[in-house]
Design a protein around this ligand. Structure first.
Ligand code: NAD
Length: 490
């Protein structure tokens, strides 16, 4: 309890309005010291290992496998064997397994949320309120489709492809796993999934869920390791690769798969425009801007990292934004009051620092609210740049951190032109009170998702994916089934 100030004749008021620490307990998570490879429903002893750490304090958490090409090949062979029976099951039976997984995820959501924050650095309130509910919702949603594929693609005789190799990034580890595994299983495929090297632990805990749900052995296989393990999966005898990650690696995978006949979907990077018109509800827009760029430390492919504000309200918006930024609480990811957690890795922190230095050097004006960052671990204060030119690196390159670049525009045409001036095309936001303007903008913005008067909203029923260098193929919705089916079109 903070001290209170007592004044005669008036109610006592606290002297200090800061929140007291409210840490979530780690007790609920029982970590093993060492994890193997989850193949064919059992744990295989790995030949090589590495240590995964907590980015908030650099403490080692567990030893995990660095899968070798031979181990990856074995996992794919096991998945292929399991495909025979799994693909022969009626859709209504596959659906039962997916429902079970969804229910178990809900039941164990606190455990998963704590582990996600521990291994990834994201605030517990985000893993608890966003990642976990959405991951469970994805399994529920695709469970519903499993016995309705003929209705989803009438007269097409949709058939599963076989074994899907799935490679995911570190920003939403369990959620990206759900985006990948749920549609693949619903459509009758088996999978070998490789989580990102810095965040393997929730995928490894998911193996427990797979066992609890009594999923037939070999239907879901998890191999951990770095890019070399990912590359081995790309080269293995899979029928499809579903990749979420950086544009650079996505391009390398596409080159690798050219001519092999393997199917491919790529969910890659972004540099989204969040566009605020002068008739927008400014306070609401400021909340949307903050959510757009500081949610998950800005480690979001669809982060609203370029803010375009109509010139007449630019000053007011930036003033309000800075005031709001000063209230963001940066710190312990396991504290329930934390708004901005730890940067995921030393490597990512270096990249953010490099781009921020480039922004300063190119002449942009930087603002960071006063905040004390923890001494250990990887941290970066919420940052906003004003006086940004379109050509600056901070306006062109994906920073993937809590760094916003503010630019201005005068007319809707200019907003569209500037917003589309990027190699990416994943998402965009529009803030205005005019419905007609929202539709006019959405038609012209080259982005897979356009949010109107909101930002970063997700629903399993809604397809997600990119244009241009943000990739191809859609995840979510009925559209998300097609990349896992032969004979289906989106
Ligand atoms: P990354 O490309 O470095 O790694 C992604 C995954 O690919 C990891 O599991 C990694 O081990 C693996 N990998 C690395 N090299 C590989 C190779 N040569 N062959 C096969 N696999 C390889 O990306 P990251 O830094 O982990 O993630 C951040 C990126 O992901 C950002 O660009 C972000 O925008 C993007 N992302 C996109 C979406 C989307 O839906 N479009 C969602 C989340 C993240």
């Amino acid at each position: 309890m903070t001290e209170v100030e007592k004044r005669r004749g008036a109610a006592p008021v606290p002297r200090d309005w800061t929140y007291a620490p409210a840490p979530e307990s780690r007790e609920i998570v029982a970590l093993h010291e060492r994890y193997g490879l989850f193949v064919g429903g059992e744990w295989l002893e790995p030949t090589e290992t590495y240590t995964t750490v907590s980015p908030a304090d650099e403490e080692p958490l567990a030893t995990v496998a660095q899968a070798t090409p031979a181990e990856v090949t074995h996992a794919v062979a096991v998945a292929r064997e399991a495909f025979i029976d799994w693909s022969a099951l009626p859709g209504s039976e596959r659906a039962k397994y997916l429902f079970r997984i969804a229910r178990i995820l809900q039941e164990r959501s606190r455990e998963f949320a704590v582990l996600e924050s521990l291994n990834g650095g994201k605030p517990i309130k985000e893993s608890r309120d966003v990642d976990l509910p959405l991951a469970a919702a994805h399994f529920f949603y695709y469970a519903g489709w499993a016995d309705k594929l003929e209705y989803a693609f009438p007269n097409r005789e949709p058939r599963p492809l076989g074994v899907a190799g799935q490679i995911i990034p570190w920003n939403f580890p369990l959620l990206m796993l759900a985006w990948k595994i749920a549609p693949a299983l619903a459509t009758g495929n088996t999978v070998v999934l490789k989580p990102a090297e810095t965040t393997p632990l929730t995928a490894l805990l998911f193996c427990d869920v797979v066992c609890q749900a009594e999923l037939p052995p070999g239907v879901v296989n998890i191999v951990t390791g770095d890019g070399a393990a990912g590359a081995a999966l790309v080269d293995a005898d899979v029928d499809k690769i579903a990749f979420t990650g950086s544009t650079e690696v996505g391009k390398a995978i596409q080159r690798r798969l050219a001519g092999t006949g393997k199917k491919l979907t790529l969910e890659l990077g972004g540099k989204a425009a969040n566009i605020v018109f002068d008739d927008a509800a400014i306070d609401q827009a400021v909340e949307g801007i903050v959510n757009g760029i500081y949610f998950n430390q800005g480690h979001v492919c669809c982060a609203g990292s370029r803010l375009f504000v109509q010139e007449s309200v630019a000053e007011a918006v930036v003033d309000k934004l800075k005031r709001r930024m000063a209230t963001l609480r940066v710190g312990d990811p396991l504290d329930k009051n934390t708004d901005v957690g730890a940067i995921n890795s030393r490597q990512q922190l270096d990249k953010i620092e490099e781009l921020v230095a480039a922004g300063r050097a190119e002449g942009a004006e930087i603002y960071q609210p006063p905040c004390r960052l923890p001494e250990r671990g990887y941290w970066f204060a919420p940052t906003v740049f004003t006086n940004v030119a379109q050509s600056y690196r901070i306006a062109q390159e994906e920073i993937f951190g809590p760094v916003l670049s503010v630019l201005t525009f005068r007319t809707p045409d200019e907003a569209v032109e500037k917003a589309n001036n990027t190699p990416y095309g994943l998402s965009a936001g529009v803030w205005t009170e005019k419905g007609s303007r929202i539709l006019w903008m959405a038609e012209r913005l080259r982005a897979g998702v356009v949010w109107a008067n909101t930002y970063n909203r997700f629903d399993p029923a809604s397809p997600f994916g990119g244009y241009k260098e943000s990739g191809f193929g859609r995840e979510g919705g009925r559209h998300g089934l097609a990349p896992y089916l032969a004979g289906a079109v989106q």
